[in-house]
Design a protein around this ligand. Structure first.
Ligand SMILES: Nc1ncnc2c1ncn2[C@@H]1O[C@H](COP(=O)(O)OP(=O)(O)OP(=O)(O)O)[C@@H](O)[C@H]1O
Ligand SMILES: [Mg+2]
Length: 275
């Protein structure tokens, strides 16, 4: 459903963030995007919804070539793509409900959105989503009165309120503790499965990626260096993605604990054991 072909991005500063990136995402497929800082992960997902303008290649979502849209057509296409961010991007002084309803802004007219008047159906949908993400008791709280995990649940509900086909998720757990991170990842994967949504998740935590995301793309310096199942992330692949230095440290500690094969044992948690 999402076809990315030979995508490249060079920023005006001269930084080349993406070089010839090509892959296809199937309907309902969840993809983890991993790679060192600066590899181009955020640039890639921002190119998909055109927050960043690609300098080459094409991006197609079903029948629409996103990379050549502008104006009203681009705004319409963006409704089909939900974004979830590390820093939640909530409007602090608005309530949880108002933040979720803001996911509908792409659908209501200018004056209705100015007065924040939403159709009854949108409000019902927002209640149902807040119930689903476990925030029914916090509907009228201001966003700035929530914990990090609760804020991310609002971010997820807001993205879903928009009724997207594709979710773009940039480091959803980077500001969360390990347990809350798992809860948020579990919620995201369950919601995608329930709704048949495809998603791209930028994630630094390889263990978490392996636990929840069946397919992984590894980016290094703007190029895809791995595209395959999460189970294929062995020491050799991780070295290809992140470089030698990082993995020496982890294989040393594993040698000390006498586990084999070197380099990946700590990354092979049984998902059933932690869910
Ligand atoms: N607005 C910008 N202007 C110029 N260069 C940029 C801009 N945004 C990103 N870059 C550069 O593009 C490259 C890729 O950055 P990007 O933010 O996509 O990486 P990332 O993989 O998301 O990193 P991180 O894991 O730290 O979030 C880097 O070299 C970065 O400095
Ligand atoms: Mg990033």
């Amino acid at each position: 459903m999402l076809v990315i072909d030979d995508l490249s991005k060079q920023y005006a500063t001269g930084d080349t963030a993406l070089r010839g990136v090509s892959f296809t995402l199937q309907p309902g497929q969840l993809l983890g995007l991993i790679g060192p800082s600066g590899a181009g992960k955020s640039t890639l997902i921002r190119c998909v919804n055109r927050l960043v303008e690609p300098t080459g290649g094409s991006i197609r979502l079903r029948d629409v070539t996103l990379s050549s849209l502008s104006g009203a057509d681009l705004r319409k296409a963006r409704r089909r793509i939900g974004m979830i961010f590390q820093e939640y991007a909530l409007v602090e002084r608005l309530t949880v409900m108002e933040n979720v309803l803001s996911g509908r802004l792409g659908y209501v007219g200018f004056w209705a959105s100015w007065f924040r008047r939403f159709p009854e159906a949108d409000i019902e949908r927002a209640f149902a989503l807040l119930d689903r993400v476990g925030l029914m008791d916090h509907v009228d709280k201001r966003a700035d009165a929530l914990s990090g995990g609760q804020r991310q649940r609002v971010g997820i509900a807001r993205a879903l309120a928009q009724d997207p086909e594709l979710l773009l998720i940039d480091e959803p757990t980077a500001s969360l503790d390990p347990k809350t991170s798992r809860q948020v990842m579990r919620l995201i994967t369950e919601l995608c499965a329930e709704r048949g949504l495809a998603g791209i998740v930028n994630i630094h935590d390889v263990e978490l990626a392996q636990m929840f995301l069946p397919r992984i793309i590894g980016l290094r310096a703007g190029e895809i260096v791995y595209d395959g199942p999460a189970s294929g992330l062995n020491a050799e692949v991780l070295t290809r993605i992140y470089g030698e230095e990082d993995w020496k440290k982890s294989s040393q500690s594993e040698e000390e604990t006498d586990s084999a094969p070197a380099g990946v044992a700590s990354l092979s948690l049984d998902p059933a054991a932690v869910r």
